[in-house]
Design a protein around this ligand. Structure first.
Ligand code: BG6
Ligand code: MG
Length: 227
């Protein structure tokens, strides 16, 4: 099958917002008397805002301390701080290799999609100057099953009008790789600890058109019935 689209995760693939999420969560967690470190932050990648809060509270031994309204307020405060920090983001914040890759995908007439769990995705794309280059962005607020469920990647395929078998998905979180694999797309993982990615790269610098096209060609040859 011919490659028709590449569907990207946002945080950690297009731009590195993990440290901003970390700063914002650290502030809010500290208000509740919980200290979080980089390792905790690592485990929040790809996880929705509310699920992240639940995880922090659980790790801090406060899973039952707050009611739903209080949790909503905490998540709201985290987001307000995060949005403030997003003010530092600009076209200079693209991860290495992403700008030339997006240009090349356009030249090759490959569709470009987004499958991010972030409710801030439209705002972030705007800040990065990428709104026009994406053909379709799945709306995280309408997704009922978060990654590793394939729902958001399938929504992106539908929006782009392509079959998952004709797409490659790019992710930096394990939950994201699992989501891509679950819908029969080829998966590319950015990061050293990811399992089960069809192609694993250490950095977005290595994420080139040549590698993506090669993966599509090669994997089809090797495992014709895989998808
Ligand atoms: C994901 C991030 O992309 O978006 C997570 O990896 C984050 O860390 C999630 O929690 C939701 O983001 P937001 O912007 O809706 O709070
Ligand atoms: Mg990510």
């Amino acid at each position: 099958m011919m490659l028709q689209a590449v569907i990207f995760d946002l945080d950690g693939v297009i731009t590195d917002t993990a440290h901003l999420h970390f700063q914002a969560w650290r502030t809010v967690a500290a208000e509740t008397g919980i200290h979080i470190d980089e390792e905790v932050n690592e485990s929040l990648k790809g996880i929705s805002r509310m699920a992240s809060l639940e995880r922090i509270l659980r790790l801090g031994g406060k899973a039952k301390t707050f009611n739903e309204a209080q949790k909503a307020a905490l998540a709201g405060r985290k987001n307000a701080r995060y949005v403030q920090l997003l003010g530092t983001l600009g076209p200079q914040s693209l991860l290495p290799g992403i700008a030339p890759l997006l240009t090349e995908l356009k030249t090759q007439q490959i569709k470009i999609g987004l499958a991010s769990a972030s409710l801030n995705a439209p705002r972030i794309l705007q800040a990065l100057g990428l709104t026009a280059i994406f053909d379709y962005c799945a709306d995280a607020s309408r997704i009922t099953h978060s990654k590793p469920d394939p729902e958001i990647f399938l929504a992106a395929c539908r929006g782009l009008g392509v079959k998952p078998q004709a797409c490659v998905g790019v992710e930096d979180a394990q939950a994201g790789i699992d989501a891509i694999n679950a819908c029969g797309m080829l998966s590319i993982g950015i990061g050293s600890t990811l399992r089960e990615a069809d192609l694993r790269l250490n950095s977005t610098q290595e994420l080139t058109w040549r590698r993506i096209a090669g993966l599509m060609e090669h994997t089809e040859k090797a495992t014709g019935f895989r998808r």
